[in-house]
Design a protein around this ligand. Structure first.
Ligand code: ZN
Length: 45
């Protein structure tokens, strides 16, 4: 699942809100980080 994090206030912004208008609904910042929760574990054998 893709979510965004505001660069200014650091709050998580739902993708649904971002799609309507590309800005943070909390502080109005237009800079948003794309947050991906990917856990890549590399095992060295
Ligand atoms: Zn914000």
């Amino acid at each position: 699942m893709v979510s965004y994090k505001c660069f200014e206030c650091g709050r998580e912004v739902k993708f649904d809100l971002v799609r309507k208008k590309v800005r943070c609904p909390y502080c109005g910042s237009k800079i948003l980080h794309k947050v991906t929760s990917v856990h890549s574990v590399v095992k060295a054998v």
